[in-house]
Design a protein around this ligand. Structure first.
Ligand SMILES: N[C@@H](CCC(=O)N[C@@H](CS)C(=O)NCC(=O)O)C(=O)O
Length: 236
């Protein structure tokens, strides 16, 4: 059985969507990142970066396989199920390049836009403009790519599953979906997929409250170690 370590946030949705789409059996272990559960030593053993999503395939060939990083999880599930990542070299790399574009670009930049627009304790106009503009540029890249095809790499794939959850929050990123009609059409088509509806039902995104901020922002190597030590002690 596949165990998904999950919190209902854009990166969590990526893995949930793929698990629902590829129909491999799985169970969810909730990790409340707004309450510091990501610092639990047992979770860190699977996800040393203290972030969700993470996963263990307890039935992987050769023994249980732990994974962190949403891109690696999507690629693994595609390989395991033989779905949503084509075998043909050209088609496969059409998917992989858009997957990397999402995990290295759209996700982090949109995350920073959320942070500076909604969560930063002080208004930083330069930070707001820098990340809002960059996300706007990235939406333009997607819109051009989607002009001639229904999906980022022709057929619906793990690249779309990675990008879609980060477009659900376009308003919070300061974007107008009407300015990107191809993205809007693509967004609606994916939103209507039954597997996506089921994945979204796994939980709605929680807005971190002030207590949650304490766990999510201002982390350093030392603070993560201290939290992990504290969690380890309170378990014993
Ligand atoms: N590069 C990672 C990013 C994952 C990520 O940022 N996860 C957030 C939730 S969306 C998280 O777990 N944050 C908890 C923390 O930073 O302590 C991936 O793609 O999996």
């Amino acid at each position: 059985m596949i165990e998904l370590f999950y919190y209902p946030s854009p990166n969590g949705f990526k893995a949930a969507i793929m698990l629902e789409e590829c129909e491999l059996p799985y169970r969810v272990t909730p990790i409340d990142i707004t309450r510091g559960e990501q610092f639990d030593p047992e979770f860190l053993a699977v996800s040393p970066n203290n972030k969700i999503p993470a996963m263990v395939d307890h039935d992987a060939p050769g023994g249980p396989l732990p994974l962190f990083e949403s891109g690696a999880i999507l690629m693994y599930l595609a390989e395991r199920s033989g779905r949503f990542l084509p075998i043909d070299l050209h088609q496969r790399y059409a998917v992989i390049k858009w997957l990397f574009w999402q995990v290295g670009g759209l996700g982090p930049m949109a995350g920073q836009a959320h942070h500076f627009r909604a969560y930063a304790p002080e208004q930083v106009p330069y930070g707001i403009k820098r990340y809002t503009d960059e996300v706007n540029r990235l939406y333009g890249v997607m819109d051009r790519a989607l002009a001639d095809t229904g999906f980022l790499a022709d057929e619906y794939s793990i690249a779309d599953m990675a990008a879609w959850p980060w477009v659900t929050t376009w308003e919070r990123q300061g974007q107008r979906i009407e300015d990107f009609p191809n993205v809007g059409r693509w967004y609606d088509a994916i939103a209507a997929r039954p597997a996506v509806v089921r994945a979204k039902a796994l939980g709605t995104e929680r807005q971190a409250d002030r207590e949650g901020y304490r766990f999510l922002y201002g982390q350093t190597a030392g603070s993560v170690q201290a939290m992990s030590d504290h969690k380890g002690e309170t378990h014993e």
